[in-house]
Design a protein around this ligand. Structure first.
Ligand code: NAD
Ligand code: UDP
Ligand code: UDP
Length: 315
C-alpha cells in the first residue's frame, strides 16, 4: 500500500538513499531538511519525481504536515559538523525529537529514529549489544551528539510508554557509500578523496582504533525492514556491519583499490575518540532477518567509482 512518508534529513547522505528506496517502492516522500550538511545535489535527480516533495525547514521548530509515517534522520553526523555548532546539535536531536514525536502523536503514526552507536561512547564491552548502557563523557566535545541522541532515545521510549506511540529506534554504526560529502570529514570519505587525489592520508592517532563499516544499501534495507516489523519490535536495535577493521587497515584497502601514491601521515587523535567499535547484530538477525551483505572491499569499490565520477562537480 502506498504511503506518504516524511523523511527528516532527507537531503543528507543516508536520507537521500532512503528517499530513493521509498520512492522506488511506490511511496510518496516529503523530505524536510534545513540543508546544514545536506545538499540539493543529493536529491536533484529526484526533484522531477511526481511523488517527491521538499520542504526547507529546521526540525527544532514545530512542523504541521499530514503524513502516514516518519523517519527522523535530521542531525549532522560527522564530528566536524556536529561540533561546529554544538548547541544547535543538541537542539536538533532533542527539540527535533520532541517536535517529530508530537507530530507522530497527533497523527497516531509510526516513527523511526536514527540513533547511533555513539550512545555506547568509548565502550568497555565489546562487541556492543543493545543491553550495554554505554560509556559516554557527558561534558566532552562529542557530548552534544552522543547525549543529544541518548536523550532522543529517552524521549522515544517515554512517548511509547506514556502515549502508546509506535516507535522504531535504530542504533546505526559507521556507514559509508556514494553521496557522502567529500568534505564530510568522516574517515571513509576522507581516505577515498585523499587517495584519489594522491594526497596524504590522515591517520588520527596510531590508527589501531577500530570501526565496523556498513555499506549504505545494506543499512537502508535494515531501516525499511525495521519500519515494517511488528509493533512489538521497538528497538533499540543495532544496525551495522560486524566486520571490524582498524583505521590503518581501512587506509591500506583504499590505497590498494585506488592504486594511489598517497602516503600515510599521523595526526593527533581527537578528544574522546572511541577506541573500538563493533555491533552485535544478533537482534537484527533474529527479529528482522537482516544482516549486511556487502563486504568492505566491494563497497569501497562502488564508492570509489562514484567519487571518481563526481569529485569534479564539487571542485
Ligand atoms: P548527513 O549530515 O549527511 O545528513 C543529515 C541531514 O540532516 C542533512 O541533510 C542536514 O542538512 C539535515 N539536518 C541537520 N540538522 C537539521 C535540522 N535542525 N533540521 C532539519 N534538517 C537538519 O548525515 P547522515 O550520515 O546522512 O546521517 C543521517 C542520520 O543518521 C543522522 O541522524 C545521524 O546521526 C545518523 N547516523 C549516521 C551514521 C553514519 O555513519 N552515516 C551513523 C550513526 C548515526
Ligand atoms: N508538534 C508539531 N507538530 C504537530 C504536533 C506537535 O511540531 O503536529 C510539536 C509541538 O511543538 C509540541 C511538540 O511537538 O510542542 C510536542 O507535542 P506534544 O503533543 O507531545 O506536547 P505539547 O503539545 O503538549 O507540548
Ligand atoms: N579518522 C582518521 N582520519 C580521518 C578521519 C577520521 O584516522 O581523516 C579516524 C577517527 O579518529 C576515528 C575513526 O577514523 O577513530 C572514525 O572516524 P569518523 O569521524 O568517520 O567516525 P566516528 O569517530 O564518529 O566513528
Amino acid at each position: 500500500m502506498s504511503k506518504r512518508i516524511l523523511v527528516t534529513g532527507g537531503a543528507g547522505f543516508l536520507g537521500s538513499h532512503l528517499t530513493e528506496q521509498l520512492l522506488e517502492a511506490g511511496h510518496e516522500v516529503l523530505c524536510v531538511d534545513n540543508f546544514f550538511t545536506g545538499t540539493r545535489g543529493n536529491i536533484k535527480h529526484l526533484l522531477g519525481h511526481k511523488n517527491f516533495e521538499v520542504l526547507r525547514h529546521d526540525v527544532t521548530m514545530p512542523l504541521y504536515v499530514e503524513v502516514d509515517e516518519i523517519y527522523n534522520l535530521a542531525c549532522p553526523a560527522s564530528p566536524i559538523h556536529y561540533q561546529h555548532d554544538p548547541v544547535q546539535t543538541t537542539k536538533t536531536s532533542v527539540h527535533g525529537a520532541i517536535n517529530m514525536l508530537g507530530l507522530a502523536k497527533r497523527l497516531k503514526i509510526k516513527i523511526f529514529q536514527a540513533s547511533t552507536s555513539e550512545v555506547y561512547g568509548d565502550p568497555s564491552v565489546h562487541p556492543q549489544p543493545e543491553e550495554y548502557w554505554g560509556h559516554v563523557n557527558p561534558v566532552g566535545v562529542r557530548s552534544c551528539y552522543d547525549e543529544g541522541k541518548r536523550c532522543a532515545e529517552t524521549l522515544f521510549f517515554d512517548y511509547h510508554r506514556q502515549h502508546g506511540l509506535k516507535i522504531k529506534v535504530a542504533r546505526i554504526f559507521n556507514t559509508y557509500g556514494p553521496r557522502m560529502h567529500p568534505n564530510d570529514g568522516r574517515v571513509v570519505s576522507n581516505f577515498v578523496v585523499q587517495a584519489l587525489q594522491n594526497a596524504d592520508i590522515t591517520i588520527y592517532g596510531d590508527g589501531l582504533q577500530t570501526r565496523s563499516f556498513c555499506y549504505v544499501d545494506d543499512l537502508i534495507d535494515g531501516f525499511i525492514k525495521l519500519m515494517g516489523s511488528s509493533d512489538s519490535v521497538t528497538g533499540p536495535i543495532n544496525l551495522g556491519n560486524p566486520a571490524e577493521f582498524t583505521v590503518l587497515q581501512l587506509a591500506q584497502k583504499v590505497i590498494e583499490i585506488t592504486g594511489s601514491r598517497s602516503k600515510l601521515v599521523f595526526k593527533p587523535i581527537p578528544h574522546d575518540d572511541p577506541r573500538q567499535r563493533q555491533p552485535d547484530i544478533a537482534k537484527a538477525r533474529a527479529l528482522l532477518g537482516w544482516e549486511p551483505k556487502v563486504q568492505l572491499t566491494d563497497g569501497l569499490e562502488r564508492m570509489i567509482n562514484y567519487f571518481e565520477q563526481h569529485l569534479k562537480q564539487y571542485a
